[in-house]
Ligand binder design. Sequence first.
Ligand code: HEC
Length: 186
Amino acid sequence: MTGSTCRAMANALMSSTRASAFALALLAGVATTGCGGAGDEANNQAEAAPIPMQEFMAHVINYSAANLWKWQGWTQGPAGEQSLFPKTDEEWEMAEGAALTLSELSNLLLLPGRGLDDPNWRPRVLAMRKAAGDAAAAAERHNPDALFEAAGRLQESCAACHYAFAPHLEPPPSDAGGAAAQANKQ
Ligand code: HEC
């Protein structure tokens, strides 16, 4: 199959279907069944090498969490305080998708060789995954209070792990924070 045929197929799929999971699955099929070429092997190797933790955090975890956090809370606009919570079914879907993406991504932090070799690592990852999963459930129920609570807990789960494993990022702000950092290390 030539590159242009592949592009034509992908474009046809894009325009003839809504961006549904089904369409994405079809596109993935196009991508893996014959739209490759000489670059395939190099591409596969690139995919196998995990990016460094710092990059993973900044560009995968933080990116994904920001995608969720933008759907909750309030902001000060020209017309006064504005709610950021989803207002339509479609927006609730987006919030749920962001939360589930983060929840699934957290599993990558549990892969051998990806996380830190420390007994406190896994519980810190699981706390993040639980908060993200609860945020997804809240979005599915269209429940702003529950989404707000889970999003706050998510933020705490990031901070708790950073206190423990990246203290240069989250220096304890006060004595209370110091105690939390200590508790984390135990
Ligand atoms: C299980 C532990 C753990 C959890 C949970 C965690 N992080 Fe991190 N994070 C780290 C570690 C370790 C680093 C330091 C990586 C380095 O510099 O090598 C880091 C670094 C970062 C950085 C700095 C990256 C840079 O460019 O220096 C950001 C931003 C970040 N994390 C965001 C988040 C957010 C947002 C969450 C929660 C949604 C989160 N992290 C949850 C362990 C964690």
